[in-house]
Design a protein around this ligand. Structure first.
Ligand code: SF4
Length: 253
């Protein structure tokens, strides 16, 4: 029996029924690329999710500023680090670049960090994370922070599903600090992305000289274009991802 079954998508695949048998207080964290899965302003999507039955909906990027500060602190003791956001990159290092495991960041990913923050503030709620990929489902098997993790396709279905009232909490979109623009747009910035580029970078990083010449926190992404690239590929649009994201957040292009 899979002890993590409750964390998989397999037991609740139907978008419209995700919340129906759920805990009365349900709280959602949305990964930063979520606006790329919709053709609507991001604020409207957040509002629609509250109407779908969530007691609170927050952006995962609300913890990014704090995460960046922690990264700077971690760099003080190890000036070359491979980031913690993409679990597939950590898997690649663990399986194919074992000498680099010492250079993997020890920080929780933004997803895990946000989940811990939500758990502190909503100790009895059922916590949901909406993700651009199934790798986050697997990451949650390890951390166990969220009760359920779903990909954006489920999220899209929930917005059009029948409404369900959730009386247990006053509904709010942002109960944590609203993310700054740079955090919301950081998902567009993936300097090393795509499996070939990641493998090339990690191969180079085996050399001490490369690590000395390239200090910093390197947040590699296994998908080309990072999580934004993956979401844009799954939800094609006539606009490039950058334009679509800026428009979703009502930022002048
Ligand atoms: S880069 Fe791809 S595999 Fe990695 S977290 Fe983002 S969507 Fe998932």
């Amino acid at each position: 029996m899979n002890p993590f079954r409750d964390n998989t998508q397999a037991d609740s695949p139907a978008a419209g029924t995700v919340l129906q048998n759920s805990h009365p207080v349900s709280v959602a964290s949305l990964a930063p690329s979520f606006p790329l899965a919709f053709d609507a302003p991001a604020d409207q999507i957040l509002e629609d999710l509250k109407k779908a039955g969530f007691s609170a909906v927050e952006e995962t990027s609300s913890v990014l500023r704090q995460n960046w500060n922690l990264r700077m602190k971690e760099l003080e003791t190890n000036p070359f680090l491979i980031g913690s956001s993409c679990p597939k990159v950590a898997d690649l290092v663990h399986h194919n670049f074992i000498p680099l495991t010492d250079f993997l960041s020890r920080l929780p990913s933004p997803m895990e960090q946000h989940g811990r923050s939500l758990r502190r503030r909503y100790p009895r709620a059922r916590l949901f994370f909406f993700s651009p990929c199934e790798a986050k489902v697997e990451e949650n098997w390890r951390s166990g922070v969220f009760d359920q993790v779903f990909e954006f396709s489920v999220l899209a279905g929930m917005i059009t599903a029948p409404r369900r009232e959730s009386p247990a909490l006053r509904r709010e979109v942002h109960t944590l600090e609203e993310p700054p623009v740079e955090a919301r747009l950081a998902v567009l910035n993936s300097p090393v992305s795509g499996e070939n580029e990641c493998r090339w970078f990690l191969q180079e990083a085996l050399s001490p000289e490369f690590r000395i010449l390239n200090p910093g926190y390197h947040d590699l992404a296994l998908c080309r274009g990072g999580c934004a690239g993956r979401t844009a590929e799954q939800f094609p649009s006539r606009d490039p991802a950058e334009v679509k994201l800026l428009r979703a957040w009502d930022i002048d292009t």
